[in-house]
Structures are given as C-alpha cells and as structure tokens.
Write a protein that binds this ligand. Sequence first.
Ligand code: AMP
Ligand code: ZN
Length: 490
Amino acid sequence: MKIFNTLTRRKDEFVPIEEGKVRMYVCGPTVYNYIHIGNARPMIVFDTVRRYFEYKGYDVNYVSNFTDVDDKIIKKANEEGVDASVISERFIKEAQKDMADMNVKEATHHPKATEEIDGMIDMIQTLINKGHAYAVDGTVYFKTRSFKDYGKLSKKNIDDLEAGHREIKVNGEEGKEDPLDFVLWKPKKEGEPSWPSPWGDGRPGWHIECSVMSKKYLGEQIDIHAGGEDLIFPHHENEIAQSEACNDKEFAHYWMHNGFLNINNVKMSKSLGNFFTVREIAEKYDLQVLRFFMLSAHYRSPLNFSAELMEASRNGLERILTAVDRLRTLNVQGEACTEEENEQMKVFDALVAKYEAAMEDDFNTADAISAIFEMVKAANIHVTETSTAAFRDQILSEIVRLCDVLGIKTEKKEELLDDEIQALIDERQAARKAKNFARADEIRDELLAKGIILKDTREGVKWSRAQNPLVHGFANFIIWTSRMSGNILP
Ligand code: AMP
Ligand code: ZN
C-alpha cells in the first residue's frame, strides 16, 4: 500500500511499526461553532483510510481530538456570558451528531484537550529539563533552534523563517529569546479558563495538546498523523519539534494532508465567512451525498463545492443504491453458480482488484468509485431473474462491502407511507386554522425534504411525490451559492 508522505514528498510503501496494527492520529476541530464542510473533509477522508486498513485486516487505533480550549471558544463564551466549557461541550455534541450522520466511525479515543492538562505539564517540564524550553514570567516557550530538524516537514529553512519574523513583535511576548520560539504554556488572563502549573496558573498552547494526546493514546511513535494541509506549518512542524525533542524518537512515519475545500474556487474558511456548516447541508441533502461528493475527488486535490457537483454526486449515489435495491429484491432461484456465472464472476473479481489497486495507490477513492460503477453496470446486465441466488448473493455482498469501505450505506431511505403523509397534512391544516403558521410551514418543509410536494387547491390539499426529492434542495442551493458569490438571484 502506498501513501503520499508529506515528510518525504513522495508515495512511500506503508510498513507498520507493529505488524497488523495501525496507530493513527487525526487533528480534530476547535469546537466553538457547528463544524463546516471544510472540517468534514478530513473527517470523511481519514475515516475512509481507517476503513480501508480495517478491510485489509489491520487493527486500527484511531485517535482524533477535540480542541476545547482556545481563544475563539473563550470569545464566544464571553459573548454569551457562559463558561467556556458550556460552549465546547455544546459543539462537541453537535460535531458528534454530524459525524454520525456522515457515517464517520467513532474514534477509538476522542480525547479533549482540557482533560489532558497534566500530561501537557509533564511534557513541558521534560522539555525545560532537556534545555528545549524556558519559562519567562509565567509563559513557557519552545526553543525552536534547539531542535536541529526544525522545518523538515514543511521544508522551510530556519534562517528564512528568522528573516520573516525579525520585525514582528507580539504584545505580551517580550520575554521571548528568539522570534522563532513558540508558546507551550500561556499565563492566565482575567475571565479565561486556567489550570495551576509550576509556572503559574495558565493554559496550554495549541501544538502541545496534540503531541501529548497522541503520546498518551498511541505511544511515542505512531504510524500516521493526519489533518488538513493548512496544518503542515506551523502546527505539525511544531508537534514534530516538541515530540521528537521530548522522546528522542521519530514521531510519525507518515504524514497525510488533505487538500482544501473551496467555494466558487475561493478557499472556504470561517474567517472569510464563505462557509456552509454540515448542518446547513443536512437540511437539503442526505449527508451520504456529501460523503460521496468528498470521495469522488482525490483527497489531496483541492475540491470545489458547487450545486452542480452535489447534484452529480446525488445522481451517482442514486445509481448505486438503485442497483443494490434491485439485486436485493430480485426473484432468483438455484443454489450453486452455473458454469456461465462462474465465468462472469471473473469480471467482478477483476473489478474488485481494480478497486483495491486504486485504494492501495494513496487512497484514490475517485478511481475506487469508478470500479464500483463498473460493477453496478455489470450487475445490471448480468444478474437477472434467471440468475442463481448464489451468484446474486456474491455480487450483492461484494458491492455492499466495497461501498461500506467508503462509508456509503446501501440501504435505501425509508419512504413516507401515504397514511403518514395524510396525517401530517391534517396536522398542518389544524395548525393553520389555529394560526400557528410556524408549525404549518415546518410540516410543509419536512414533507418537501422527503420529496412530497403539497398543492393547495379549491378541493383541498393535494400532494404528489417528486421524481427527484432533492430538486428542491437544489433550487435552494443555487440561491445559497449565489449568496456566497455576492450574486443573488432574483
Ligand atoms: P480547525 O477547527 O480549523 O482546527 O480545523 C479542523 C480540521 O479541518 C483541520 O484538519 C483543518 O485542516 C481542516 N479544515 C479546515 N478548513 C478546511 C477546508 N476548507 N478544507 C479542508 N479541510 C479543512
Ligand atoms: Zn493537532
């Protein structure tokens, strides 16, 4: 299996530290808001990497943290007049809901930074004892030049970095010995969460959190460390410096980074304000469609989010689900495969091999999905009422298995029954009579989301099933995307 390693800038053959096992750490979100679809990209792609390792028989210890102490969380808490933990706990729960809806498996461990402060204090103390860090007036800095390999991940030259930093002086960091040094522990400020430490009350810097949580749950050396490409510098570079200076061992063997998700070809980020939360997308689309969309591109390529591509993903996914549904309900008979079926089976085996080859080549999910499409096409042709159950079952289970590795669920969503629709329409009429228009609109939207269109006529409310339940989401979506480009439709 080949993995593109940011450390070597080439595809390296994967060799685990311990046979049959993978130790993997993925930097998780800072929880001060709902997660946006950019945050969803690493969650989906690295969950797929994990699932593929499991498919190959590896036992994966998958750790992904929540950063629950940070300036942005504190700012939001102050705005709402609540404790920072109220904000972080709220958005951890919301992130977990979104992750479950995107079929992202629960991590083996989901550590929270605030629950690992003791380990951070220990690592910082070790770094001080080894001459890699120093404390000044309650702040502890990492002595960047003391780590000779600094820059090896981001390929930055330390002297160039120094030149770029020379003029920059940040308030409160006057005690820094070298502009390249970065903060491991910062002193308490009024109204901020803090913990006691040998250097006074304060809180940890962001980078030390991941070095510590990774060490605690995975050990001093891990196989894979992953995150979005924006984390290469300084976050991951600093993690390497801290962990390797502390443990005297190479930290992670493979560094994987996903490309950015853009909107209208502009980087999507909270600071630019051009982002969609996963929750907003869930109002219009089944999150399986979002997952399928993310996997239809290679994880290292930039990916542009657009209504057209979401539509294409919805259609592609529908094609697979419809084929699986047909196979499940097909009226077949006969136990053992016929000679002819055994011959045809070779076509399917070759496609499974094609799928695996794509995944083994740095997780090329786009090509893996093409192999699934070819299987679906072949199944539509070769599996019919005259096929044996054995043949159908093998092909069905193979397609379902390969979809499952991508985290794609193959069961069709339950449709609303006619009686249920009528009951909701009656409830809506009652709500209108009672002038509860909010509830009436809510029911109409709920039905619309399930592809049921209401029409008020003189004879009463009539309803129909939309051919394409997501068409309505699509219409709204166009309005959203134009909102993003400042080009609002009339
Ligand atoms: P943050 O909450 O900003 O620390 O981000 C959590 C994870 O989401 C990190 O791995 C980021 O690199 C990743 N991420 C943030 N924005 C995007 C984006 N627009 N596209 C892809 N990944 C992103
Ligand atoms: Zn991290």
